[in-house]
Design a binder for this molecule. Structure first.
Ligand code: COA
Length: 161
């Protein structure tokens, strides 16, 4: 049976930390879907279409990765698509508390025995978040090396615009 994984998030924007998780997870499963949430509680910097487009471009060289968007409960989306695994990245111990709560709540909601699998974030990226990237870039700081070159150029264009 093929093992399908999903990696969900806001990706506003996708960082090299996310990309590192995607590359590693894609090697572990037959297919990996990067699922961008249409997040009502966060005011996005990039529209959902822009985020999906950026992720498609920066993952274009990974053949078993596809990009989709979803809204509502992650568990509903996971059940509807019968994913075997939900990937989460852990950056620091501070992520753990929230992650275990989410994983345990979701475990109650999954109907197909889906497992949550945690990958340790590459230490080069363990201090970054999408918000930090946006703040530094908006205030004129360099985010080179923390996001893909293409993403960096799109951020710059957005800020200028
Ligand atoms: N490298 C760099 N940054 C990372 C990272 C990594 N490996 N992993 C996470 N981050 C950053 C993200 O960019 C994000 O930054 P931001 O808050 O500045 O935008 C932050 O860490 C938090 O990431 P994450 O916990 O993945 O949040 P998210 O908003 O990207 O996605 C969902 C969270 C979508 C998975 C979650 O909100 C969800 O499931 N929502 C659906 C509703 C639902 O089902 N609710 C019930 C849950 S039990």
């Amino acid at each position: 049976m093929s093992k399908t994984a999903v990696y969900a998030g806001s990706f506003d924007p996708i960082t090299n930390g996310h990309l590192n998780i995607i590359r590693r997870a894609a090697k572990m499963y037959d297919s990996l879907t990067v699922a961008v949430i249409v997040n009502v509680s966060k005011r996005p910097f990039f529209s959902i279409e822009e985020r999906v487009d950026i992720i498609k471009k920066v993952t274009a060289d990974i053949p078993n990765v596809k990009v989709e968007c979803f809204s509502g409960l992650l568990a509903d989306y996971v059940n509807a698509n019968r994913f075997s695994v939900v990937i989460r990245g852990l950056r620091a111990t501070s992520d753990f508390e929230n992650e275990i709560q989410m994983a345990q709540m979701n475990a109650r909601l999954y109907t197909e025995g889906t497992e949550t699998v945690f990958l340790m974030t590459d230490p080069r990226y363990s201090f970054i978040s999408s918000s930090m990237i946006k703040e530094v870039a908006t205030l004129g700081g360099s985010v080179t090396g923390l996001v893909d070159e293409y993403t960096e150029s799109i951020i710059k264009t957005k800020i200028k615009g």
